[in-house]
Write a protein that binds this ligand. Structure first.
Ligand code: ADP
Length: 242
């Protein structure tokens, strides 16, 4: 969709005042839900996401069990009140697709072979949506899994880059997502240098794609530091009772 609205000025300043390589503000809280095995509340720009992890626990029904490893069920859900026009509650094609790609990304970092027959359930609830919710959800899921003490190769992290008015930028905001030319969300495992998820909508030249990928990887690494700090803040402040 095209519009006359300028998303980026000649100096590279965006609608919300950010530069091309600047992330929106991110806030992460760890262990906010008492009944979950692990949890995380994350704000990323206008996105608000809550993630609760349950397990590893015996997978039910039993026919879903894998004798060699745990299965990972991520369930991405957008609250009816999370978008401007009320969203019809319940799963739709988009949320099923996002749940599937996030489950597969998380499966690649969790040491699932340590928990045969088990399931690890990751509930991602989007409370406020402002573009980039799959990245926000996956990033929060990584923290919640760490909070649950689930062994992983690394804490997965996600971030997107895109193109607005012919320029490659990091972390699209809502209007940029609506009116922009392309969006490239990725998830990585920073320590093992693996790409866990890569999707793209819109159109990029090969050169733009490489630049957007580079921006998104740098973005992931910056968000990874915020994840680690949030986890350290929580666990360093816990008193050890002898
Ligand atoms: P992501 O949130 O990962 O960027 P999309 O690109 O599909 O995923 O969606 C972009 C944004 O569009 C969402 O963050 C949300 O703000 C908005 N959006 C998505 N689905 C709906 C919907 N059913 N109704 C209204 N807005 C929606």
């Amino acid at each position: 969709m095209k519009s006359d609205k300028k998303l980026i000025d000649d100096a590279g300043k965006r609608l919300d005042g950010r530069g091309p390589e600047e992330l929106r503000k991110i806030k992460i809280e760890v262990g906010v839900l008492h009944r979950a095995s692990g949890s995380c509340y994350l704000e990323w720009g206008g996105n608000k996401v809550m993630v609760a992890v349950y397990g590893p626990r015996e997978a039910i029904p039993r026919h879903t069990q894998n004798l060699l490893r745990a299965i990972v069920n991520a369930r991405y859900n957008m609250a009816a009140f999370s978008v401007e026009d009320r969203k019809r509650p319940g799963p739709d094609r988009r949320s099923k697709e996002i749940s599937k790609v996030i489950s597969e990304a998380l499966e690649k970092v969790i040491l699932t072979e340590q928990f045969p027959r088990a399931s690890i359930d990751v509930n991602i609830e989007v409370l406020d949506a402002e573009a980039g919710t799959r990245c926000a959800g996956l990033t929060a899921a990584g923290v919640a899994l760490a909070d649950a003490g689930i062994p992983m190769k690394d804490i997965p992290v996600a971030c997107s880059a895109g193109k607005i008015e012919g320029r490659v930028v990091l972390d699209l905001g809502k209007e940029e997502d609506n009116l922009g030319d392309a969006d490239l969300p990725i998830a990585i495992s920073p320590r093992t240098n693996e790409i866990l998820l890569l999707q793209m909508d819109g159109h990029l030249t090969l050169e733009e794609f490489n630049k957007a990928l580079d921006f998104a990887i740098k973005g992931c690494n910056a968000v990874s530091e915020i994840q680690k700090k949030a986890i350290l803040d929580k666990y360093q402040s816990v008193e050890v009772v002898e």
